[in-house]
Design a protein around this ligand. Structure first.
Ligand code: SIN
Ligand code: NI
Length: 270
C-alpha cells in the first residue's frame, strides 16, 4: 500500500488548528490503507510497549490509560513507510504554516479494552523544542465507536503556552480539570472516528481522553513533527532532557532539531 498521494490541508482545517489548537481531518488515510499498516503497528505496539508488563497493583493512571510504544518506525520498514508518509507530513506542515517538517518521533497509543481515561496534559511539557513549531497527528487505526471516542481538547489553550501544570498523572488531571472548570474553558471533541481519520493538535493544546468501556482495544498511531529549521531549546525539566536524548540524539540547545533521527518528511515545492 502506497500512501503516496498527497492532499492539502483545507482552509477550514487550518482555521480550526490556528484558532482552537486542534483540527480533525477525516479520511486522511483510506480504510484499505490503514488495514495494510494496522497489523504491523499493533503487533509492534504489543511487543514494544514499555509499560505493558507492569503488574496491576503498580500501574499508574497513565499505564491504565494506554500501552505506549515509541519509535516504531526505527523497528520495522512497513511502519516507517506509514510514519514517513508525505501525505500526513504535508498536512502537518500546512497546519503549522511552515515550508517543511521533520520527524520528531512516533508513538503508538493503544487504549486497552476496559482501559482508563487519559489525564489532562500538555504534550510540550516534554519537548525541548518550541511548541509553536511542533504538532501531533493522532490517527485511529480502527473504527472507534462514540462510547470510546477520541481526545477532548481545551479550545484555544495552545495560545496560553506552558500552563505549568504537572506531568501527565492523577495530579495533572486534578490540576487541569480544575482549571477547565474554574475558567469555564470551552472544550471540543471530534468524537467517534473511522479508521484513517486523524486529529492534529498543537504542542500546548491541553487535552485528555475518556476511558475505553468497550470490549475492544482502541489502537491509535501518532506522529509528532517539528518544523524544518526549528531550534533545540535549553531543557527546563528532566522530561525535556530525556526527550532530547531519545529523539534528538546528539543535538545541542541552540542548534537545529535535525539529527539523523529527524528526517525531512515533507517540504513545499519538492
Ligand atoms: C490518547 O490516545 O488517549 C491520548 C493521546 C495524547 O495524549 O496525545
Ligand atoms: Ni498528549
Amino acid at each position: 500500500m502506497e500512501l503516496a498521494a498527497e492532499r492539502e490541508a483545507s482552509p477550514e482545517e487550518i482555521r480550526s488548528f490556528r484558532e482552537l489548537g486542534h483540527a480533525c481531518v477525516r479520511g486522511l488515510a483510506t480504510p484499505d490503507e490503514v488495514a495494510a499498516f494496522a497489523p504491523s503497528i499493533c503487533d509492534a505496539a504489543d511487543r514494544l510497549a514499555w509499560n505493558r508488563d507492569i503488574p496491576p497493583q503498580r500501574q499508574r493512571t497513565y499505564d491504565q490509560a494506554f500501552h505506549q510504544a515509541i519509535g516504531l518506525c526505527w523497528q520495522d520498514e512497513a511502519i516507517r513507510e506509514f510514519v514517513f508518509a508525505p501525505r500526513f507530513a504535508r498536512v502537518a506542515a500546512e497546519l503549522l504554516g511552515v515550508d517543511g517538517v521533520r520527524l520528531y518521533h512516533d508513538q503508538a497509543l493503544v487504549k486497552r479494552a476496559g482501559g482508563g481515561p487519559t489525564p489532562w496534559h500538555q504534550d510540550a511539557y516534554y519537548w525541548p523544542v518550541d511548541a509553536g513549531a511542533a504538532i501531533t497527528m493522532w490517527m485511529a487505526l480502527v473504527d472507534i465507536p462514540p462510547e470510546v471516542g477520541s481526545m477532548v481538547f481545551a479550545d484555544g489553550s495552545h495560545r496560553r503556552g506552558d500552563l505549568r501544570g504537572p506531568a501527565i498523572s492523577d495530579e495533572s488531571e486534578d490540576h487541569f480539570a480544575r482549571l477547565v472548570e474554574e475558567e469555564a474553558l470551552s472544550t471540543s471533541t471530534h468524537g467517534a472516528m473511522a479508521a484513517g481519520d486523524a486529529t492534529f493538535h498543537a504542542g500546548w493544546t491541553l487535552h485528555s481522553a475518556g476511558p475505553n468501556p468497550s470490549a475492544d482495544d482502541r489502537p491509535a498511531m501518532t506522529v509528532i513533527y517539528v518544523a524544518d529549521g526549528a531550534t533545540v531549546l535549553v531543557p527546563e525539566r528532566d522530561e525535556q532532557r530525556l526527550d532530547l536524548a531519545l529523539y534528538l540524539p546528539g543535538a545541542m540547545p541552540g542548534g537545529p532539531a535535525a539529527t539523523d533521527r529527524n528526517p525531512l518528511l515533507w517540504r513545499s515545492g519538492t
